[in-house]
Design a protein around this ligand. Structure first.
Ligand code: NAD
Ligand code: ZN
Ligand code: ZN
Length: 346
């Protein structure tokens, strides 16, 4: 089978023929139907040797939907032929966090040489992929694979970030979403579907603002010198109750902390590498709260799949055959993907 493999740090990933894996023990073999391409894949491809704990080579792809193709002799809980969404942030499997499906915050995360499927372990940019346990599979219901795959990460991570802010997103509240790409447009839709908050969107691209508008944002604006003032005026003057930053550069963090009202909360999701200095007294508003959500827990993947199944969370996708992965990667890098690029094995 063909697989998009990272073989050496600093080299672009390569489409390589590899053996189709065979499930042993509790493993489950999935026939991949669709795999989302995440901006994190670019961060991984661009990483310097030693920056990530991953061992090479491995197959990329951490947003996967597919069909159960075969079971290891000890696998239980799924049937051959079942259509599933993959829960990707695999942990150690035995700590207290993993035991309740919060593998994303596995207590041993700092000692693992992977972050999950396609991130240090073989992932879904291939014809087939091995899953260590059926507990990492959520039924896809009636969703198409192209709709289901991005829920693995773009959907789950956005849902988890919004869930962490929910206490502050009541009637009359304002949320600012920065970066309306794969994750950001789903965050806007999740906010719209599950909270009463007013939603303001920020991006550097007009077409991303058009996507924010289609996704239900109340207002969208380009990132400019006066963006904080514009957002404040649109949010009723007091500032934002919450900011979701899906970029995470120095520029977006400055905007985020500059538009929060006292007691406001920032969820930093983007891995743009920008830093924040927190001190008391300092420049953040009084009562400032910060969270660094990473992916999400498995029970929330089931919730986000159910939300999508109800029709409230359509994913804007651009489809590419797996053989065109290099082109999809290039387009994502140049900011030319609308919503989520999804690779389909060919
Ligand atoms: P994407 O490329 O699809 O979207 C990014 C969006 O941000 C684009 O619309 C782009 O135009 C916009 N943007 C870029 N620079 C900007 C700026 N200065 N101001 C405003 N908007 C700007 O990316 P994605 O796949 O949605 O991922 C977003 C970020 O989240 C990435 O850094 C990714 O690595 C990270 N991520 C984090 C987690 C996590 O668990 N914390 C999970 C997935 C992705
Ligand atoms: Zn991702
Ligand atoms: Zn664990």
């Amino acid at each position: 089978m063909r697989a998009l493999r990272l073989t050496a740090w600093g080299d672009p990933p390569a489409l390589i023929d590899v053996e189709q894996p065979v499930p042993h023990g509790a493993e489950v073999l999935l026939r991949v139907e669709a795999t989302g391409l995440c901006h994190s894949d670019l961060h991984v491809i661009d990483a310097a040797a030693g920056a990530l704990p991953y061992r090479l080579p491995f197959t990329l792809g951490h947003e996967v939907a597919g069909l159960v193709a075969a079971l290891g002799p000890d696998a239980e809980g799924v049937r051959v032929g079942e259509r599933v969404v993959l829960y990707g942030p695999w942990g150690c499997g035995t700590c207290g966090r993993c035991a309740v499906g919060w593998d994303n915050y596995c207590d041993r995360r700092g000692t693992l040489h992977w972050h999950g499927a396609g991130l240090g372990r073989d992932g879904g940019m291939a014809g087939y992929t091995l899953v260590p346990s059926a507990r990492h599979l959520v039924p896809a219901g009636d969703l198409t694979a192209e709709q289901a795959a991005p829920l693995s990460d773009a959907g789950l991570t956005s849902y988890h970030a919004v869930a962490g802010l929910r206490h502050t997103l009541g009637e009359g509240s304002t949320t600012v979403v920065i970066g309306i790409g794969g994750l950001g447009h789903l965050a806007v839709r999740i906010l719209r579907a599950t909270t009463a908050s007013r939603v303001l969107a920020v991006d550097v691209r007009e077409e991303a603002l058009a996507l924010a508008d289609r996704s239900g944002a109340d207002f969208g604006t380009l990132m400019r010198a006066d963006t904080a003032r514009v957002l404040r005026a649109r949010g009723g003057g007091a500032g934002a109750d919450a900011v979701l930053d899906f970029v995470g550069t120095a520029e977006t963090l400055e905007l985020a902390t500059g538009i929060l009202r006292p007691g406001g909360e920032l969820a930093l999701v983007g891995s743009g590498g920008g830093g924040l200095t927190v001190s008391k007294p300092g420049t953040q508003p009084p009562g400032f709260r910060l969270s660094l959500p990473f992916w999400g827990p498995r029970p929330q993947l089931a919730e986000v799949v159910a939300l999508a199944g109800s029709g409230a969370l359509p994913v804007e996708t651009e489809r590419f055959p797996l053989s065109a992965a290099p082109e999809a990667i290039d387009r994502l890098r140049r900011g030319q993907v609308r919503g989520r690029a999804v690779l389909v094995p060919d």
